[in-house]
Write a protein that binds this ligand. Structure first.
Ligand code: G3P
Length: 494
């Protein structure tokens, strides 16, 4: 069944060479150039993605621009129906999509299933929520000095063509979280998938197509960010950019996007503050889950823990006792494996290893882990870390947690607010009042009290500040972010 469903997006050759959808047909690229997708698990070739040319980009964007008003004219109830069908197809094809995700980005079976199921639920939720998006009217006489006679009829309208750029760590979920709201609000969408994860994302686009999104309204443009991103982002036919990925790339894209509306979720360097009255047993489990889930490759992953030396000693000894129960590093295909598998590539693993080694050279203490084997990094705990050390100065996308000693609550707040990152922070304390005070003092997107940082549930607002993002995601917020208000003022002649 899945093979037939996806019959026309790859040539079934060995390796399977995937096509890009140019708005009318799935085809290889005239460049004949491809990028290879290598499984981080066993270095085998999952498949190749075409590297599209600038001419093909121009053609696809011109098609998307032409198709957009036709799509916008499709009644919302029809667009909603197509979204629900896409969600049902995902559920129908879930085993196939899960197996592909495990192989392509090295997720464990549980994590891959979690992503696929979450994506289907997310698309359904977007579809339902879109039906409650209302326009409004405003009367002129509400404002001092104005008489009756002017009525603003305020609608929400699409931007046009949304460029959706998704990350490797959620190639299906964080592609759908951009495609669904953009389509529901009447935009065309051009998807620039990550290379690693691009095959899974291409399958997702095929599902939206088969669910009824007309030709030209949704397209994939594959190739490396350096080559096609540079051309795509400033392109005159791209109206808005929705991006998830690391902060440096985000800053680069924002610079090229000029005045275009942006919806960005970038890197996180998420701290945890542990207060003396915290439940240490709960705290330790949340730290392990938050730091090591999907081998630490989550922008909401826990990167460092701020607390006093005395509490740190207790936490670290409890953590070392609990770690073997919650973390079993290994091949993500094995049911034995828990939380830690290979990171996305050997190159990424080498970067993590270097950040650990350099931080230890600068005085950090390696409590456990630190070793690398190909793309595998052992679950690593460091103490005696200070903010200037590479392991926490830059977002480390790996299975590493660092402890930073502080002497006061104020010092912890200062360290967090001095960071160029601002996605999430957590505080563990029995006194929620203290938690609220903490939250009000922090310059981060969201604060978790007695829980590890995370995106979701997906109707909650999800945002980053500083280098961690622009705009707000979360179902309703995303629907608003991919559309704009258009007031039409009816002026009654005086
Ligand atoms: O981009 C968000 C992602 O990296 C983290 O999402 O759901 O694992 O908290 P989540």
């Amino acid at each position: 069944m899945p093979a037939d469903f996806f019959a026309d997006i790859s040539d079934k050759g060995t390796p399977p060479n995937f096509f890009f959808f140019d708005g009318t047909t799935w085809q290889g690229s005239t460049t004949g150039k491809t990028v290879s997708v290598i499984s981080p698990i066993d270095n085998t070739l999952v498949g190749t993605l075409p590297m599209v040319s600038h001419e093909e980009i121009d053609r696809v964007l011109a098609t998307a621009k032409l198709a957009q008003p036709l799509w916008e004219a499709v009644p919302l109830n029809k667009r909603v129906g197509i979204m629900h069908l896409a969600a049902d197809w995902i559920r129908h094809l879930q085993d196939y999509l899960i197996a592909l995700l495990i192989r392509e980005v090295g997720k464990s079976a549980d994590e891959a299933k979690g992503e696929i199921v979450r994506t289907a639920d997310l698309i359904d939720y977007f579809a339902d929520e879109a039906q409650s998006m209302r326009g409004m009217t405003l009367d002129s006489d509400n404002f001092p000095g104005f008489e009756k006679g002017r009525i603003a009829v305020i609608e929400r309208v699409p931007y046009g063509t949304v460029l959706a750029i998704a990350p490797f760590n959620y190639p299906v979920n964080l592609t759908a979280s951009k495609i669904a709201p953009a389509l529901l609000m009447g935009n065309s969408v051009v998807v620039k998938p990550p290379t690693q994860g691009g095959i899974s994302a291409t399958h997702l686009v095929r599902i939206f197509e088969k669910a009824g999104v007309p030709a030209g309204v949704i397209t994939t443009l594959t190739g490396t960010g350096e080559v096609i991103g540079e051309y795509l982002v400033p392109h005159k036919d791209v109206s808005m950019v929705a991006f998830t990925g690391n902060s440096d790339t985000g800053i680069g894209i924002a610079g090229k996007a000029a005045m275009k509306p942006l919806l960005f979720e970038c890197g996180g360097n998420n701290p945890v503050v542990v207060m003396p009255d915290a439940d240490f047993a709960v705290t330790v489990r949340e730290i392990i889950k938050g730091a090591f889930a999907y081998s630490g490759q989550r922008c909401t992953g826990i990167k460092y823990v701020l607390t006093t030396p005395a509490i740190r000693e207790q936490l670290v000894s409890m953590l070392l006792k609990t770690l073997p129960e919650m973390v079993h590093p290994g091949d993500p295909r094995s049911p034995e494996t828990k939380l830690v598998g290979p990171v996305i590539s050997e190159a990424a693993a080498i970067r993590i290893e270097e950040a650990i080694t350099t931080s230890v050279k600068n005085g950090a203490k390696l409590v456990c882990g630190g070793k690398r084997t190909n793309a595998m990094i052992e679950p690593t705990v460091l103490t005696g870390v200070i903010p200037s050390m590479p392991i926490i100065a830059k977002e480390t996308f790996g299975p590493v947690v660092s402890f930073v000693d502080v002497s006061s609550f104020d010092e912890a707040v200062t360290i967090i607010n001095n960071s160029s990152y601002g996605l999430q922070a957590s505080i563990f304390t029995k006194d929620e009042g203290t938690g609220l005070v903490f939250a009000k003092r922090l310059n981060v997107g969201s604060v978790q009290i007695n829980g590890s940082p995370q995106r979701g549930p997906d109707h909650f607002p999800f945002l980053g500040v500083k280098h961690s993002g622009v705009g707000v995601q979360g179902v309703r917020y995303s629907l608003e972010a991919v559309s704009r208000l258009r007031p039409v003022v009816l002026n009654k002649p005086q």
